[in-house]
Design a protein around this ligand. Structure first.
Ligand code: ASP
Length: 329
């Protein structure tokens, strides 16, 4: 009999682990279930793999702090270094899934499959999406084609790269997409099928190694709009913020208040990145960057640019090195 692969199943919380009083209740849920309990709703999952459960948090993902990201990375780097573990599946809330997934994509030093999984409906709901998502995530983590793909995210029969995935709907089960790339693969007929591989650096080819890091610099996202108050940038700088990502208009165009704000922040030593409020497409380099000391986020949305900027600042990169990282990652 072939031996089943051993996977680490790491629980962090989210709607996938939540319940409500009524089976038609889809909101206002509480996180009540540990990761071990989730397995009860997924008959047959233990036939796919031997699952070693680790409950590291049990929170709504809006509470996922940068310290928790580091703790999660340390735990996963330790588990994935074990020769008996062939991959990991991580349950997580959908609200900040893209940030956590991107962080792990850059920080984990492994070629083994790492699949994050979530649900839009609580575990108590009629047609809850969590159990099948979890089953499929384990299938993907067992697939040889998942090797070296970095961190993947499984929801709604789709396999996404952490690099491109973003949440695009507040309630529907098809809430996730990868706007500038499309999914890496699909599940159909009960099998995962990969069609793509990301060419951008991740995991073992990422220059970021967080294994000796225990804190991350403060980086904030400022949503730009007409009437932006430049004062807020100075206030952020004086509150210990080391980096600001502006979710600017259009192709990273800063409003007059934000332009004034980034110049003031720069004078106080803060690195400012221009991202966009628009959910797809790049923010291209601009002549403004030289004049205002800003850096274009290229294909990263503001919430992911924040993760990359935290890593750049934590590893003490200078302005031109940060520019290069934003161009390459
Ligand atoms: N609020 C939940 C969370 O992010 C939403 C979800 O998981 O769908 O934890």
């Amino acid at each position: 009999m072939p031996t089943r692969p051993k996977l680490a199943l790491v629980g962090t919380g989210g709607t996938i682990a939540a319940t409500t009083q009524s089976n038609t209740g889809l909101t206002d849920y509480d996180i009540t279930q540990g990761v071990q309990t989730l397995l009860q709703a997924v008959p047959g999952i233990t036939g796919l793999a031997d699952l070693e459960c680790h409950q590291i948090f049990n929170v709504d993902s809006r509470a996922m702090s940068s310290l928790m990201l580091l703790e999660m990375s340390h735990k996963l780097n330790e588990l994935l270094a074990r020769p008996d573990i062939s991959g990991a599946v991580i349950t997580h809330g959908t609200d900040t899934l893209e940030e956590s997934a991107f962080f792990l994509h850059l920080a984990l030093k492994t070629d083994k499959p790492v699949v994050m999984v979530a649900a839009m409906r609580p575990a108590s709901a009629l047609s809850a999406d969590g159990p099948l998502n979890l089953y499929q995530a384990v299938q993907v983590a067992c697939s040889s084609q998942a090797q070296g793909q970095g961190v993947m995210v499984l929801l709604n029969d789709q396999i996404h790269s952490a690099r491109f995935l973003s949440k695009q709907h507040t309630t529907q089960t098809n809430a996730f997409g990868s706007p500038d790339a499309g999914p890496l693969g699909l599940l159909a007929g009960g099998q995962p099928r990969f069609m793509m591989r990301s060419l951008l650096p991740h995991t073992t080819s990422s220059q970021f190694d967080v294994r000796t890091l225990y804190s991350l610099p403060k980086v904030q996202v400022f949503y730009d709009h007409p009437d932006t108050l430049a004062e807020l940038y100075r206030h952020a700088a004086q509150s210990g913020v080391q980096g600001i990502v502006v979710a600017a208009t259009g192709n990273g165009s800063l409003t007059p208040g934000a332009l004034e704000g980034v110049s003031r922040a720069h004078r106080l030593g803060v690195v400012c990145v221009r991202a966009s409020r628009i959910h797809a497409g790049p923010v291209t380099d601009s002549a403004y960057d030289e004049d205002h000391h800003t850096i274009a986020s290229h294909y990263l949305p503001a919430q992911k640019a924040r993760i990359l900027l935290m890593l750049c600042l934590a590893t003490q990169l200078d302005h031109s090195q940060i520019e290069a990282v934003f161009r390459d990652y």
